[in-house]
Write a protein that binds this ligand. Structure first.
Ligand SMILES: CC(C)(COP(=O)(O)OP(=O)(O)OC[C@H]1O[C@@H](n2cnc3c(N)ncnc32)[C@H](O)[C@@H]1OP(=O)(O)O)[C@@H](O)C(=O)NCCC(=O)NCCS
Length: 212
């Protein structure tokens, strides 16, 4: 493990660390610093059943991992994430999902420690839609391999996206969720932030969290 890997960091402490760096380097733009931190983000966590997990920024060389990850998702999970059925990601999608700027698009990978090395099992991201760059609102999306769902990994990814989102001055997170997606609703509720629900005509829930 490298020096940058720290043992489980609580969100307020991590946020304070980022904020302090921003204050101590006034010559640099805050967003620039937050971007550097998000790209290099690397913390250690523990799943609910005691396995060690690394949360790190996604890299451009994660394309194969992401494509492979599609094969570890059930049809139900794929539909819950993409609102359509698909078995593969296109080259353009792989590029879009892995070559992120860590400002308008932040993506974190959750990897379990295994004897064979790093085993990526989940990805959480937020994206500021092109249309509303000034609204400071970002859209959340998550996937955790079916085999590892329910171990707290989605909740941990959410916690770290909140840390980075706050450092990047995001005001609201929005997620589009099927009403019967109890696990995703739990992940959002567990964040402990003010939460609002709106349902569109197709029945999809728009869930908004306000970052304080
Ligand atoms: C939705 C999804 C991302 C949630 O991730 P996850 O890792 O399965 O979720 P978590 O384990 O963190 O949280 C849900 C469960 O953990 C429990 N949990 C998590 N953290 C906990 C904690 N600290 N203490 C106690 N319980 C906890 C919850 O009670 C819940 O329990 P359950 O087994 O009864 O469901 C994942 O299930 C998934 O990929 N689904 C398919 C794709 C999808 O729906 N994406 C969302 C649309 S954007």
């Amino acid at each position: 493990m490298t020096d940058t890997i720290r043992k489980s960091v609580l969100p307020p402490q991590a946020f304070t660390a980022v904020a302090l760096e921003i204050e101590s380097l006034p010559a640099l733009k805050p967003k620039m610093i937050a971007t550097i931190k998000a790209k290099d983000y690397c913390v250690r966590e523990e799943t609910l059943d005691g396995r060690m997990l690394t949360i790190r920024g996604i890299r451009s060389d994660d394309k194969e991992m992401l494509q492979e990850g599609m094969h570890h998702l059930s049809k139900e999970s794929i539909y819950a994430r993409f609102f359509t059925f698909k078995s593969e990601l296109t080259d353009n999608e792989l590029k879009y999902f892995t070559e992120v700027d860590f400002v308008n698009h932040v993506a974190l990978v959750a990897s379990l420690d295994t004897p064979a090395g790093e085993r990526p099992v989940g990805v959480g991201r937020y994206i500021i839609p092109d249309k509303v760059p000034k609204e400071n609102k970002a859209e959340l999306a998550f996937t955790v391999d079916d085999e590892y769902q329910g171990l707290g990994i989605g909740t941990i990814l959410m916690k770290h996206l909140i840390v980075i989102g706050r450092a990047n001055r995001i005001e609201r997170f929005v997620a589009y969720v099927m009403p019967d997606n109890r696990r995703m609703r739990d992940v959002l509720r567990r964040a402990g932030l003010p939460i609002k629900y709106k349902q569109d005509s197709a029945g999809i829930l728009e869930i908004t969290l306000t970052l304080e």
